[in-house]
Ligand binder design. Structure first.
Ligand SMILES: *[C@@H]1O[C@H](CO)[C@@H](O)[C@H](O)[C@H]1NC(C)=O
Ligand SMILES: *[C@@H]1O[C@H](CO)[C@@H](O)[C@H](O)[C@H]1NC(C)=O
Ligand SMILES: *[C@@H]1O[C@H](CO)[C@@H](O)[C@H](O)[C@H]1NC(C)=O
Length: 306
């Protein structure tokens, strides 16, 4: 098939009929509590030594892209130990998913041991935010009736005033706490890349200077701002995973900020994510074919519903 036609088909699929109704309900409120099944792909990476605390040692967010793999930021899975910037010890952490309240973790359906943490091979501590992505492989799958997974974006939507993207997370609601036990969500919009690059090239106001490259994307908040514990949070547009939060300005408030947040652009890392999360030997063409079929099914369904 001609590449152009193929991309066109995929972008049509990028606005599935089902997301339109989700969109409508989200528009009722802004920074608001999530419901149990709304963000089933959302994970909390938790430090085992802190599990007795109210927020269960929540470290950062991420998204399940298969029942056994979560995507998060590389910085989220690093720590400073003996003055060295090293990957965290996987056995000292666990992954929580499948409920909106961090304290609702009594069922073993909602947490998993970590088998392996794979940091992007080109992530370098001395160039932070570049290739800032990692994959957490769980020791065993989450039950499919307890969680959901999110599809990887192929392209990114244009900036739309009012926001068509969603971000969810257990990040703090204010500067005095490190996390919120209740999963919250906010609407976001893509932010013009060239303007974002200008804002961050200066390091204006509360932001630091960051070289915004094409494998990053910027999105602006409505109603609230990102806070501590929000790194790794997914940016989901039209039901696809478009970004993983890698930077937000310091200071948290429930006021919207004019400074956009920075995300790792998932469409740039799609091949690497697929390679890392697919058992070797599987054809990389299968997802494309499956997407095409889903698209046809959606078009047929839409016709039937009309
Ligand atoms: C990881 O943590 C476990 C449990 O605390 C410990 O036994 C193990 O030695 C640690 N591994 C490394 C590489 O530090
Ligand atoms: C715990 O989470 C499950 C699954 O999301 C949900 O069905 C249940 O109502 C939650 N329980 C409480 C006490 O929040
Ligand atoms: C900060 O947020 C936490 C929950 O995230 C809440 O329990 C606490 O009361 C808040 N503190 C203030 C000063 O608003």
């Amino acid at each position: 098939m001609n590449n152009f036609v193929f991309l066109f088909v995929i972008s049509l699929c990028g606005t599935p009929i089902s997301s339109l109704s989700v969109e409508r309900t989200n528009r009722i409120s802004g920074g608001s509590p999530a419901t149990d099944t709304q963000f089933g792909y959302m994970i909390s990476l938790q430090e085992r030594s802190q599990l007795s605390t109210y927020t269960r040692g929540h470290r950062c967010g991420g998204a399940l892209v298969t029942l056994r793999h979560a995507v998060t930021s590389a910085s989220c899975v690093h720590e400073i130990k003996n003055k060295q910037y090293v990957v965290i010890n996987a056995t000292e952490y666990r992954v929580f998913a499948g409920a909106v309240d961090l304290t609702n973790d009594t069922s073993t359906d909602r947490h998993r041991d970590i088998k392996k943490i794979t940091v992007h091979p080109d992530y370098r501590p001395n160039t932070p935010y570049v290739n800032d992505i990692a994959i957490i492989t769980l020791a065993s799958e989450f039950p499919s009736n307890a969680v959901s997974t999110v599809a990887l974006a192929v392209t990114d939507p244009i900036s739309i005033q009012g926001g068509i993207c969603q971000s969810s997370g257990w990040g703090s609601q204010n500067e005095t706490s490190s996390a919120s036990t209740q999963l919250m969500h906010i609407r976001k919009a893509m932010f013009e890349q060239t303007i974002c690059r200008e804002i961050y090239s200066e390091g204006m106001g509360e932001t630091i200077q960051i070289n915004i490259i094409n494998t990053m994307l910027c999105a602006i908040n409505f109603q609230a701002s990102s806070c501590e514990g929000d790194l790794g949070n997914p940016l989901v547009c039209n039901s696809n995973l478009n970004g993983i939060l890698i930077y937000h300005r310091s200071g948290c408030s429930d006021e919207p900020s004019a400074i956009p947040d920075i995300y790792t652009r998932i469409s740039s890392f799609r091949p690497w994510i697929q390679e890392t999360t697919t058992p070797s030997g599987a054809s990389s063409f299968q997802p494309g074919i499956a997407l095409g079929l889903i698209c046809i099914i959606q078009i047929v369904t839409a016709k039937v519903l009309q």
